[in-house]
Design a protein around this ligand. Structure first.
Ligand code: OSB
Ligand code: MG
Length: 369
């Protein structure tokens, strides 16, 4: 599977969210998304970069990603159009910048798979044709507002709820959701690194609510304290920000820093590394689930394919298009019976709708090869 790349388009789009999404690290009202389009003589490959406009969730941000792609990663692409693992090897000398690497590698992979007529799911090793979906619910101004939002999502059919928490918005919202929707609702929380180990006694009060997990309670770079916290809580710890590679996953598992892993392909440098994390976790009996970065249909298509691998035994943050955007840039992903269908066409199996894409485009940079 070798095809020469004739050029790469870096396109920025502005995607207003249906409602503001608040986390412990900030409020998002509109996604500034970078799309990568790899053009070959007979196909094109698409990918979406998960980076946000400011370096809060992680050190990457969308302007920085575009710069790194233009300055380092695009020039490093193998000139002979070699296979996708070779793309990863060509990027390896550059430290970090995993969301940038992921976006370019994924667009190359999509172009290759489209020319081979193979879907992302088939390539990655999907074993399901639909995946159960959860929804991540942001921090709200009041508990009644939160209960309204959760009620709406449950009515749509989402099979598990994740509540964003931070100091001052943790026990009360969790208690209220449990009281209102019962003990059988699969419920989890995500702190996005908002706590310290000295909050352990407070966090242990969440143990009463039978949560499936608490995601990333402590700092991104602190696996050792997560391992210490795990000994003080009954609620299982899941890591998101802390896991940036399969090596990190292996380290976290052997340290006892987590018993569940959230896999986001962008955070870990691409779908091949995401699959390696899945494999490491599965070999250790650690469940994984697919996280999200408020993606459009382009990023979602690949995430849903990944979520169909056998080790993804928990519902992901792979919500339907309508949870994020009034109009998606692709044919929308629609929830049916709490599930999304895994696309089956070549590559991502979905592509941007040209008219909608043009309407939301804020800039286009073309980089010839
Ligand atoms: O921590 O999982 C997170 C969104 C942006 C950045 C970080 C996170 C999130 C979410 C939403 O929780 C996931 C989604 O629905 O895409
Ligand atoms: Mg998270």
């Amino acid at each position: 599977m070798k095809t020469k790349i004739s050029g790469i388009e870096l396109r920025r789009i502005a995607m207003p969210l249906v409602a503001p999404f608040r986390t412990s690290f900030g409020v998002e009202t509109s996604r500034d998304v970078l799309l990568v389009r790899v053009v070959t003589p007979d196909h094109e490959g698409w990918a979406e970069c998960g980076a946000m406009s400011e370096p809060r969730y992680s050190s990457e941000y969308v302007d920085g990603v575009q710069h790194v792609l233009r300055r380092f990663l695009i020039p490093a692409l193998p000139a002979d159009g070699s296979d996708v693992p070779a793309v990863g090897r060509a990027f390896a000398p550059f430290t970090g910048h995993r969301m940038a690497k992921s976006a370019l590698e994924t667009a190359v992979l999509d172009a290759r798979l489209r020319s081979a007529g193979e879907s992302f799911g088939a390539y990655l090793g999907a074993v399901r044709d639909r995946v159960p979906c959860g929804v991540s619910v942001g921090i709200m101004d009041s508990v009644p507002e939160l209960l309204d939002a959760v009620e709406g999502y449950l009515a749509e059919g989402y099979v598990r709820i994740k509540l964003k928490i931070e100091p001052g918005w943790d026990l009360d919202p969790v208690r209220a959701v449990r009281e209102c929707f019962g003990d059988d609702l699969p419920l989890q929380v995500d702190a996005n690194a908002a706590y310290a180990l000295s909050d352990a006694r407070h966090l242990a009060k969440l143990d009463d609510f039978a949560l499936q997990l608490i995601e990333q309670p402590l700092a991104n770079d602190d696996m050792v304290r997560h391992a210490a916290l795990a000994k003080l809580l009954r609620t299982p710890i899941c890591l998101d920000e802390s896991i940036t590679s399969a090596a990190d996953a292996a380290a976290a598992i052997s340290l006892g820093a987590c018993s569940v892993i959230n896999i986001k392909p962008g955070r870990v440098g691409g779908y091949l590394e995401a699959r390696r994390i899945h494999d490491v976790a599965r070999a250790h009996g650690i469940p994984v689930w697919c996280g999200g970065m408020l993606e459009t249909g382009i990023g979602r298509a690949a995430n849903v394919a990944l979520a169909a691998l056998p080790g993804f035994t928990l519902p992901g943050d792979t919500s339907a298009s309508g949870r994020y955007f009034a109009t998606d840039i692709t044919k929308p992903f629609v929830l049916s019976d709490g599930r999304l269908d895994v696309p089956t066409g070549p590559g991502l199996g979905i592509e941007p709708l040209p008219d909608i894409l043009d309407e939301v485009t804020t800039s286009i940079e073309w980089i010839p090869r």
